[in-house]
Structures are given as C-alpha cells and as structure tokens.
Design a protein around this ligand. Structure first.
Ligand code: ANZ
Ligand code: ZN
Length: 885
C-alpha cells in the first residue's frame, strides 16, 4: 500500500456510509454527558450549495467534531429555511409549484452537503415549509397574540407595484424594489406586528452580556435599536392661526441649541398637516409627492430636503417676542419622536440644507474650542462637534452637556396649555416588526376575519392551517388570495361565513426559532421546555455578517416572546456568535467588458506558448489571457465575492469531484483568518491536495517502519525522541486551543508544522534507537486525530491503516502531558555596551560559563569584537547577557 496515492474519490463515500450506518453523529436528548450545541445558519434551498456554504459548514463541522472528541454530547443539526420569494418566482418562470421546486432543491443540496462529510445529525432535519414545522409557529402566534405580544395596526408600507408585495425597508434600494427594480410606492395596509419595540431597552441592555459575540455585531444591533435621550418640547402657536391646535410638540436631542432655532417642521403625515391640507390643494399635492418617496430611511436621507411653508407660526420658546415659521418638510418622519422638529441650521446638516434652500437664518450657538465668538459662522457644513454655548442667553458659557441639562430643567419648569413645556423623553429607532406578507409561499397566519366577531384566532384544534397546493401563478399578487375556495371558512365563534387571513408570515419568523425546534424536532408541542432549556443557548452559532442585524435581533426577541408564553426558559438564544468572511475569486472581463467564466480562460506566455491552468502562478514573466471561445483578449479584474453575475463562481461539486471534500474543507479553513474573506485560487486548492498526499505518505512510511522493527521492544526515548514528543504535545495543545478560539487557520498552520517535524523524524528513525519509533508512532497517531475535524475522511483512512480500533470520529482527543509542555529553553537578549545586538536561545539553567562560550562564538559578536577580547561579560542566568567592549 505504501506506494499508493490516497484516493479521496473512493474513500470519501465509503466513510460517509460508515458514519451513517453507525449513526455516529446522532445525538440523544438523554445523553448524560455535557451538552454542546453548534449551529451554522441554515441554508435557503436555492438549489445548489456554494463555496460560502462550504466554508461555513466546514467551520461548524470542525467545532462539532472537536467537541465530540472532547467527550461532549454534541448537537449539530441541519435544516432548510424553505419559505420565501425565489420559490414563487420559479413557479412563475418555470410553472413548477413552489413546494415541488423547494423540495427538489432540498434533495439535491442535501446530497451535496452529505458529500462534504459533515458530522450532522440528519435525524433532526427540519424544513420550515412543512406543516410539521409551521403548525407550531402558528400555535405560538396564537399564544403570543393572547399574551399581547402581537398587534394589528395600520401602517405605511413600501409597496412594490410589480411584485405586488410589501417590501421591508432593506428591500428598497434607491427607492426601487430590490428584485423588480420598480419605483416603490407607499400604501396604508392593516398588518400584523410583533411588538418588538416594547423590548427595545431590554434587547439593548442585554447586548452587554453577549461577551462571545463580535463587538462589531453588537454595535450594529445597538445602532439599529437606536436609543435617543432627549426632550419633548412644546412650541405655542401664535394666536390667530387657522387651526384649533394650540401648540406643536417636537422631539429634540439638542435642547442646548434652542437659541439657534429658525423654523419648526411637521412631517407630511402629521395630523396637523392633514388638517391644513384638507383645504389647501397645494399642500395636499406636496404631501402626495413626499409619499412617492417611499419609507426607506435611505431614500429619505438622500433625497433633496424640501418643504412647504404653511401659514402657521409659533412663538420662540426662549426668545421673548420672536416667532418661527412652520413648514411641512419631507425629511421629518411621522413614526419617530413626535413627527415634528425644530430646525437649528448651524448645527444640523439637514436643517442647514433646508435653511439655505428657503433662506432661513443660520445662527451659530455652539462655539468650537478656541473659536472667535464675533467671527465664527457656518457656511455649508453644519458644526456638530463639541464646544461652548454662545448667543444663547441663560445658556451662554455652558458645555453642550450642561446646556442640555439647563435647558431641560428650564422648560420642565414652565407650563403651556396646562402641560409642562418640556418633558424628558427616550426614543428608539427600532420599529415594531411587521410580519404580514402578501405572498403565497409562507406560513399562513392563523386568523379568521368575521364581520360580526372581528379577527378571531384559528382554534388550536384546527391547526395547522395548511397551504393549499392547487394554486396558480398566472396573475400577479397573492396566489393564496386568488384561490377559489381556501379562504372561505365559517367563523369559529359564531359560525357565520367568514374569511381566512391570506397574508403569510415573514420568513424571518421561521428562522427566529428553528434552533429551538432542533432540540425536539418531532415533538407535538413547539418545544419540550426541559429539553430546549438543556440544549440552549446555542454554544456556537456561525454564519454570515449579513445577518448581524435582523435575523439575530428577531431571534433574540422571539426567544423572549417564547419565554413569555412558556415555550422556553431563557432570553438569549446564542451564547457564542461567529461571523465568517466571504469566499472571493478573481474576475475576468473580455474586450466588450463582459464577465468571462474562469473555465474560458486561456493563458499563453509572451512567445505564445500555452500555459496549463495549474501552472499559471509558477510561470514568471509576461502572460497574456484569451477567451477560448472567441480568441478575444481578457483582462484580470478585481477579486470579488463569488457571484453568478460576475461569473467568478467555483462549484463545490466540481471541486469535490476533482479533489475530494477534504481538500475543499482544508483549503477553506487554512488560507485566511476565518472572519476575513478568503480568496479561492487553483494554487491554494492544489496545495491542500498535495498536503493530503503528504500525510498519507507519512502514515504509509510509519507503517513500513513499524513492520521492519516488529522485533524491537520499546525502550525509552533518546533526546531526539523526547524532542519529538514535546513537539507533538505542544501541537495537540495548540490545535485544541486554536479550534476553541475559532482560529482555524492557525490550527492548520500548527498541523503543517507538526507534519514537517514528523516527516523529518521519520527519516531519523531507522538510524536511531527504538524510542524514536515509538515517539513517531504516537506523533502520527495524534496528528491524525488533529487532522480529523478538518479532513475527516483522510483521517479515518489513516486511522484504519494504522490499525487503530474503531473510528477516529469516536476517538477522544489526545491527552496532553503537561510535563511535555514545559518549555526548557530560554531566549536571552544580548546587549553590547547597553545596546541590544541580538539574542541567543539556550537550555534553561545553562551555567554562565557555557553561555559565555556560545555568545562569543556568534557571528554578530565576533564582528563587533573584531579580534579583541571583551572588557567584561555579565550574564544573569536565564535573563540577559551584557557584553562590555
Ligand atoms: C433640534 C436639533 C438641533 C436636532 C441640532 C439635532 C441637531 P436621533 O439622535 O436620531 O434621535 N428629529 C426628531 N424627530 C424627528 C423626526 N420624526 N424625523 C426626522 N428628524 C427628527 O435624532 C434626534 C434629532 O433628530 C432631533 O434633535 C431632531 O432634530 C431630529 F443641532 O432637534 B434635533
Ligand atoms: Zn363570527
């Protein structure tokens, strides 16, 4: 066997079958060992896995296999985030039922994942599109509704007129639908909402406890929740205004700038605006224009600031006798604060743009450190930094913070209309989570609308509300709504003819609790509290940073809502979170600027000789690139995230077929820190593949050496053997620590080093005493165990060849002998006349005389001494060497 190459194509399916037959990765809820739950964000069944999945699952798999080896009861499940728009689009484009399309995709992706050799408990597989899953979501919806965690209200939504659906703000890009590209409109719809905003403070505060989350993600969540502490301030309307209202309330976080106020602005959706627009067509037209802008924050922030001057004026709250004009402005949102603001152009950019456009005063009231009060002015850039308040009456001379306090106290003590003029107020950017989608392919919302009784939850005994399969997609809009019979039901309360809710749930609901369902995927209730509380929180959650905000925030909310309804006993679902980087690849373009597939690339040297793809990097000098089919020259573009549109995708199936899954896994883990992007290169994969063969040769050689020396009984190590054992134990220790710290690339580097050391010592074995062989045998065995989480098929093959019993997948992680970790060498700095000139590594405790001899033989010191003897050498053992010349 020793001369044979390792053949992954043959061995990988073999071991996958062995693991499956042995149920190696099935975890029991009754296992008494310490539980460990590792989870990768479950995939959307688009049809094919991509390299990003390979990277994500390879990481999770290393963690899962490592913790199994550490003797824990590991839960490592997999499922499918199976509802969502693409299935409906496939239905429209290809005439396939969304369910059929989705389940086909699941079948093929599952086969792909299996070919990766992942240590997954497939008995727990769930797909969110199956009634066995979503019936529990419907039942929890009913519980949450009863518990006051869900509400129904009118709200303005982004409406995509082509896809005929409501879009989340994130799905509106530059005012257009993310998929259809149609200009988004605004509509008012009655929708279901999770009252996540009631949890804003709690979700914010609990972030501090998530110490195993990336700081970046916690910051993104903090910003998304967006807590603002400020003042609700009343501006009294000047008498004689054409309205019954007496005052306008604004929300401000900068009451310190009140003396710089030059206008008040209402949201186009403010009730007072509506009142005024009722008999002012010009204003009504302005409001209509604003509505066409969409609700997306981005659209509002980037749009030109525009306003409409109403006939109203208000009294300046701090300057006796002064009045301010009242506008309706397109950048004031109704659903934040009070839907009205005061503008201070000198210190807020939006207000400044607005003031310049409408010729309003710009009065600075914050003077930068060291600024000249008589000369300071603001031109096109608002001054938003620290400074001292000036031009501001009783606030003059205060810092911003002190002025905020003073202004707050001042307005709190005054009354308007029987109310305090100012009241402290905290606002959050976080909005309630609208869960209604006007779509077929989602979990039906279990509600029945009765004209007599109102909105009635479907009785639990009637769950699940199952999606009908006989639907058509021949017209735009919600296929569920078009179904001839599905929505017609009798009211569960009065029996009269009633109508089912035809909206379905946002797919973010599906993914907000799947991690809990995995703990008891066949249970007749959504969870089994004892079981879910034992497994959760997920010890290590791994996924893309694109889910840093919504998915994680919704899951954190949903867990709390499940707790409030008795389905779970904890608040935070994910203890450790890791966000991995993307997989990138070079891009290629032809002369027309079209993207070119890498397989189309032909490379030649300057003199026209063709270069094989594998050798491209080794060939030095000028190279030219051509497109095979057209002969056109090709230019190498930037390195980008793999995407179909840029044609720089590498298909995992092809890689597995050519090199095997282990090679792909190894490369994905080895090349970059896991949180950074990794660039897929042919050379890198080749390197990984060569390393696999190298390990296999080392194992074969060790087996040969063992055969040759069967008659030698074990004797103790010589220095060489002991040194090797130290290297091996250090590597076991370090690889374990690196996997625990998710530093996979460093674990890989350790394994490379260990392999080098073992290959070197294999060469020395035959020449030395038997202790060396035994150290080598143990080292190789341990190496295989270290490799096993990353290249599990290769490891099983080696394990079997070495004659080890059982599966390496079941073997316990090698015990590190602490005595072998003690480093018995020290590095001493060498100073010459007080200046550091080098260092020397010696055995710990080496006597000064011996150190001196070594120091004096160093090239650098010989050069400095230039033939002369040193005046003095002072050696502090194990610390430092001082040479005086
Ligand atoms: C006066 C002022 C002066 C403001 C100044 C800022 C700077 P955050 O921190 O995000 O909470 N604002 C209040 N309600 C608004 C609404 N519904 N739509 C648009 N803008 C609104 O922002 C609070 C600030 O945003 C408030 O403080 C208010 O403008 C504005 F030099 O009041 B400020
Ligand atoms: Zn009824």
């Amino acid at each position: 066997m020793s001369g044979e190459r390792y053949n992954p194509r043959e061995m990988e399916p073999k071991w996958q079958q062995v693991w499956a037959d042995a149920q190696s990765f099935v975890s029991s809820n009754d296992d008494p060992r310490e539980p460990y739950y590792v989870l990768e964000m479950f995939p959307y069944p688009s049809g094919r896995i991509h390299m990003g999945h390979v990277r994500n699952y390879a990481m999770g798999d290393v963690v899962a296999r490592y913790h199994r080896a550490k003797g824990k009861n590991v839960l490592h499940p997999m499922g499918w985030d199976a509802f969502g728009l693409p299935a409906e689009n496939a239905a429209i484009e290809r005439g396939l039922n969304p369910g059929v399309w989705t389940r086909q995709n699941i079948t093929s992706m599952k086969a792909q994942l299996k070919s990766m050799g992942l240590a997954i408990d497939w008995t727990r597989e769930i797909a969110t599109c199956e009634p066995e899953y979503y019936q529990h979501q419907q039942s929890m919806f009913i519980d949450m509704l009863a518990a006051g965690l869900i509400t129904r209200k009118k709200s303005k939504v982004n409406w995509d007129p082509v896809d005929m659906t409501v879009l989340a703000n994130e799905q509106v890009i530059d005012g257009k639908g993310w998929r259809s590209g149609a200009v988004v409109e605004q509509r008012e719809l009655t929708q279901w909402f999770f009252k996540i905003s009631d949890f804003a403070e709690e979700l914010l505060e609990a972030l501090d406890g998530l110490t195993e989350w990336p700081e970046k993600v916690r910051t993104m969540q903090r910003n998304w929740i967006g807590k603002s502490e400020g003042l609700r301030l009343r501006f009294e309307l000047v008498p004689g205004n054409a309205t019954a209202a007496r005052s306008i309330e604004v929300f401000t976080t900068r009451p310190d700038t009140i003396f710089g106020a030059s206008f008040v602005a209402l949201s186009p959706d403010h009730p007072l605006t509506a009142e005024l627009a009722a008999n002012n067509p010009e204003l009504a037209e302005f409001v209509a224009e604003c509505r066409r802008m969409g609700t997306a924050t981005e659209a509002i922030e980037t749009a030109e600031k525009r306003g409409y001057r109403t006939a109203l004026s208000v009294k300046h709250p701090a300057v006796e006798g002064a009045v301010l004009p009242v506008y309706v402005a397109n950048f004031v949102l109704m659903d934040y604060g009070s839907g009205a603001i005061f503008g201070c152009p000198a210190h807020d950019q939006r207000d400044l743009d607005f003031a310049r456009k409408y010729d309003l005063p710009v009065l600075p009231v914050v003077l930068p450190q060291g600024g000249d009060a008589s000369a300071f002015s603001v031109a096109d850039i608002a001054y938003t930094d620290a400074g001292t308040i000036f031009n501001s009456g009783f606030l003059d001379g205060l810092s911003i913070e002190d002025a905020k306090k003073a202004a707050t106290a001042h307005f709190a003590a005054r009354q308007i209309d029987g109310h305090p003029q100012g009241e402290v107020e905290v606002n959050y950017r976080l909005r309630d989570w609208g869960l209604s989608r006007q779509r077929y392919w989602g979990a039906p919302i279990p509600i029945i609308h009765c004209e007599v009784c109102g909105t009635i939850p479907v009785p639990k005994k009637d769950l699940p509300v199952v999606l009908p399969t006989d639907v058509t997609f021949d017209r735009p809009g919600n296929a569920l709504d078009h179904h001839p019979t599905w929505k017609h039901v009798n009211c569960p309360q009065c029996g009269a003819a009633a109508r089912r809710e035809t909206d379905t749930m946002d797919t973010f609901v599906d993914s907000s609790w799947y991690f809990a369902r995995f703990t008891a995927p066949q249970a007749e209730t959504p969870t089994i509290p004892d079981v879910v509380n034992r497994w959760l929180p997920v010890d290590q959650y791994i996924g893309g940073v694109e889910h840093a905000i919504l998915h994680l925030l919704y899951s954190r909310f949903f867990t709390r809502a499940m707790k409030a309804t008795g389905h779970i006993g904890l608040d935070e679902p994910f203890k450790g979170l890791f966000t991995q980087g993307m997989v990138t690849h070079e891009t290629y373009k032809n002369a027309d600027g079209d993207w070119v597939d890498p397989s189309e690339l032909r490379v030649v040297t300057e003199d026209g000789t063709a270069i094989a793809a594998d050798d491209v990097r080794e060939v030095v000098g000028m190279k030219r690139y051509f497109q095979a089919s057209t002969g056109q020259p090709i230019s190498i573009g930037s390195v980008e995230k793999m995407s179909k549109s840029k044609k720089n995708v590498v298909d995992p199936d092809e890689i597995v077929a050519t090199y095997g899954a282990d090679t792909a896994r190894w490369f994905m883990l080895s090349d970059s820190p896991p949180e950074r992007d990794v660039q897929w290169t042919e050379a890198g994969v080749e390197g990984a593949s060569r390393f696999q063969q190298r390990i296999w040769r080392l194992v074969s050689e060790t087996i040969e050496l063992t055969k040759q020396s069967l008659d030698i009984v074990h004797v103790s190590d010589d220095d060489e053997g002991l040194a090797l054992r130290k290297i091996v134990h250090r590597a076991v220790h370090n690889v374990g620590a690196d996997i625990e710290g998710l530093r996979f690339n460093r674990a890989v580097a350790q394994i490379y080093e260990l392999t080098n050391a073992l290959v070197r010592s294999a060469g020395l074995v035959s020449a030395g005493p038997a202790g060396r062989l035994s150290a080598l045998q143990q080292g190789v065995e341990y190496l295989i165990q270290l490799v096993a989480p990353m290249m599990p098929h290769l490891a099983e093959t080696c394990w079997e060849a070495l004659g080890k019993p059982g599966l390496v997948a079941d073997a316990l992680w090698p015990e590190v002998d602490p005595a072998l970790l003690v480093d018995d060498s020290v590095t001493l700095p060498i100073q010459v006349n007080g200046k550091r000139r080098g260092e020397i590594t010696v055995a710990k405790g080496m006597p000064a005389a011996e150190v001196e001899k070594l120091v004096l033989s160093l090239d650098e010191i010989v050069r400095i001494l230039d033939g002369k003897a040193p005046k003095k050498i002072v050696i502090v053992p194990d610390r430092i060497v001082n040479v005086v010349v």
